[in-house]
Ligand binder design. Structure first.
Ligand code: SAM
Ligand code: SF4
Length: 338
């Protein structure tokens, strides 16, 4: 079958029933978090027992099996990944796996100032921080914790140690932080962050309403009228979930992840490993493939590879957020890995 997402299929690659080639693995290292963002996790969360989390060695063994299948681009996430003790050690272990092309991290940045340089030296090169507002009160309302100052320090540290670009993600929820789009875009432009606005998805603990989604076109209109005219970036990575734009004046970049109004399922190239060792072919998947029992049991690389292939083959065509068939997954975002 011809690939639909632009990758060239090779013998062992992970191709699903719709011809999509998978090269991207998101690895959640913890379900714990030092914030409680209202769109992501409940306040009264119960965490997994630590014994249920994959160890670094188990994650590394898994990666060694899936890299030859084409999953060569890795991203660490959570929960808050920097709460996992000694994360730079895991980065180093994964960077040493032959065939790994790229390692990224998504973090709320609260602890980043302490770890940015160790992470960089361990081989991390891509970093995405999450920041939904520059207003301390709204930060507290959105994240149900303080942390604005620490996150800004984390962004500064990332820039200082040499991460480039530093991408800053904001989920936009109507009535909560839609008024922050313009200030965030302005600040990002001034400081050289690559700002990415994300449409609010039904994957958190709060009841989701379409009316709370601030759609891509609204975000673009606000930026264009208040910050500066934008044009689409030519030739941006077709697998990127973000639509990429640049300011006509200076080429500074802005991305919009329009998962609701313009789903990118047709070009999806990702699978996700949860911190407790379940493989998910889609963020919204209702089924998971247990790879931990294989890693802790027979530990047969061939059986593990077969389980990964079956998981990818069973991937559905796309999430159905925009249909009446949509069913919310049982786990919320922090426990899946965003
Ligand atoms: N704690 C880290 C952080 O916040 O960057 C990593 C994990 S977090 C689950 C990963 C990303 O998912 C963040 O950028 C967050 O804003 C995004 N996210 C969480 N819940 C979301 C939702 N309901 N809709 C859209 N994006 C969401
Ligand atoms: Fe924590 Fe990230 Fe979820 Fe916020 S979005 S609660 S920082 S995991």
């Amino acid at each position: 079958m011809a690939p639909v997402n632009g990758c060239i299929p090779m013998a062992d690659q992970l191709i699903d029933g719709f011809g999509r080639v998978h090269d991207n693995l998101r690895i959640s290292v913890t379900d714990r978090c030092n914030l409680r963002c209202v769109y992501c996790m409940p306040e009264d969360v119960s965490y997994l027992d630590k014994s249920e989390l994959l160890t670094f060695e188990e994650i590394e063994r898994f990666v060694r099996v899936v890299v030859p299948l084409g999953l060569t681009k890795l991203r660490l996430t959570g929960g808050e990944p920097l709460l996992r003790r000694n994360l730079p050690r895991l980065v180093r272990m994964l960077a040493d796996v032959s065939g790994v092309r790229d390692i990224g991290l998504t973090t709320n940045g609260l602890l980043l100032a302490n770890y940015a340089s160790d992470l960089y030296n361990a081989g991390l090169r891509r970093i995405n921080l999450s920041l939904d507002t520059l207003d301390p009160d709204r930060f507290r309302r959105l994240a149900r914790r303080d942390g604005l100052t620490e996150t800004l320090k984390g962004i500064d540290a990332a820039i200082r140690v040499g991460f480039a670009p530093v991408k800053v993600n904001a989920v936009v929820v109507r009535g909560l932080n839609d008024m922050d789009v313009v200030p965030l875009a302005r600040r990002a432009r001034a400081e050289g962050w690559e700002m990415r606005f994300i449409e609010y998805m039904p994957i958190g603990a709060e009841p989701w309403e379409r009316g709370k989604v601030v759609f891509a076109h609204e975000i673009l209109d606000a930026i264009e009228s208040e910050v500066g005219p934008l044009r689409p970036v030519e030739g941006y990575d077709p697998h990127s979930p973000a639509m990429e734009f640049e300011y006509e004046a200076d080429g500074g970049r802005v991305g919009i992840i329009a998962s609701v109004s313009r789903p990118f399922c047709r070009s999806c190239n990702r699978v996700r490993l949860t911190c407790d060792g379940k493989l998910r072919a889609c963020l919204f998947a209702l089924e998971e493939t247990d790879v931990k029992s294989e890693l802790r049991g027979a530990d047969d690389p061939r059986a593990l590879a077969d389980a990964v292939r079956r998981c990818v083959l069973g991937k559905w065509e796309g999430h159905e957020i925009n249909t009446s068939r949509f069913l919310k997954p049982l786990r919320t975002m922090h426990a899946i890995g965003g």
